[in-house]
Design a protein around this ligand. Sequence first.
Ligand code: ACM
Length: 473
Amino acid sequence: MPESVNISSGVIGSGLYRAGELLAEKIVKSNLGPREVKFATASDSRPDITLRISDDNIDNIEGYYLEITEKIVRLEASSYIGLVWAIQTLLQILAAGPEIPCLVCHDRPRFSWRGMHLDVARHYFPVEFILKYLELLSLHKLNVFHWHLTDDQGWRLEIEKYPRLTEIGAWRTEANGCQYGGFYTRRDIKTVVNYAAKLGIRVIPEIDLPGHASALLAAYPEHSCTGEPVAIPNSWGIFDNTLCPSRDTTYRFIEHILDEVTEMFDSPFIHIGGDECPTGQWERHASCRELMARHNFDGFGDLQGIFHRRIAEILRTIGRRTIGWDEILTHDPPADAIIMCWRDSKFAIEALQKGHDVILSPTDHCYFDYYQAEEGEPKAIGGHLSLDKVYAFDPSPLSEIETGKILGGQANVWTEYMETTSKVEYMIIPRICALSEALWSPVKTKDRRKFQQKLPAHLKSLAETGYNYRALD
Ligand code: ACM
C-alpha cells in the first residue's frame, strides 16, 4: 500500500462523505501502511478509492459492489450502511495481504436482522467497552446491538424523572459486602447510539417488564402488588418481584420511562422483555384477582397479556414498535409485536402462524453464555454450544411457513458468569465469526472447511487489535 491514499469525496455531511471519513479513519488507524488519506477534489481526476451511493446494480438496502483493479478501488452501495459493509470487506482483504487480489464482488445479506445482545445488568461494562463491542459487531457485518439494560440485579439507564432508578437500582451489595454497579448517563447513551450508527448498527434498548424487575422495585417499591421494600439480589435466577398489572399508576410510571427511553434511542423498535415472569404476587393481590374476574381470565398469566398490550399501545402512540421474548405469545400478544424466540422452535412456528414477525435466537444455537466445549472451560451458565453448531445455525429452516416474516437471528450474551470484558470477549470470539456467516451468507454458499481455514488469520488480526478470544480446538 502507498504512503498516501486519495479517496473520492461527497458533499460534506452527506452519507457519502461520512462513509469516506469512516474509511479514511480506519485506514489510518490500521497498520496497513498509509499514514495519510486525502479527499480528492473535483479537479483531482485520479482518486485511488472511489465511493458512490447509487441504485445501479444494487437491489438490497445493505448490499454493495466492490471492485479492485490494478488502478482503482471502487465501492458502491445504495445507502450509507451498504458502504459500511463494503468498507469492512475491503479492510479485511487489505489486512489479509500482502498481495491484494483484483476482484469484482456483488454482496448482500441474507437477513435484515443480524443481532448481538449484551446483558449489562448482571455485570456492568464501561462505555469504552461497549464501543469496542460495536466495532466487533460491525467488523462481522452485524447490524443490531440489543442492549439488555435492566434486570433484577441492576438498572443501568439514567432516567431523569426517576433518579432513584440509578441512585438505588444500579447498585447491589455483593456477598462479600462490597457495593457493585454502575449505569449509563444520557450522554453515554448518545455516544453509543451515534458510534453505532456510524458503524452501520442500530441499538435496540431492552427494558425488561413486568418480571426481572427487582432493581426497579428496590427504587420504586410502590409499583409492586405489595409495595414492600425489595432488596437487589446478588445471585442469579428468577425472582418473585414483579410490577403490578392492575394499577394505572404502574402504566403511567412506565410511560414516563419509555418517553425518556425513546428520546435517547432512535430505534423504531423497543424491546420490553416479557420473559420468565412469575405470577405469585398477582395471585395474592385482591386488585389483580378482581381484574382477572372482570376479564373472565382462566389463569393469572393472562394479566401479563394485559400488561404487554398496554405497554405496546403506549409505544405505538410514540411511534415505536414492541419486541418481546416468546413468553408474550402465550397471552394474546400485541398484534404488531415482533417475537424474539429463544426457547423451543415450536414458539417460532406458533408466532409465524399467528402472523408475527420473528427473530430467532434459540438457546441451542445462539446462547453465547453456554460452554464452548464439554470440558476444560471457565465457569459458564451451563449448556454446550460449539463453534460448529453456531456455524450450522439457520434461522429459516421452517420452509412450510411464510419465511418472509423471519427477520433474522441473534446471539445472546447473558453475563452472570462474565465478570470482566476479557471474559465477554472470550465467550463471543470466535462464535461471533460463525454467527456472522450464518446470518449474512446464503446456505448454498456456506463452506465450513473454508471458514475454518480462514479463522486462524482472522483471530490473529483480532488479537492484534486487542481482543481476547478462545483458541481453536
Ligand atoms: C431469556 O434467556 N430469559 C430470554
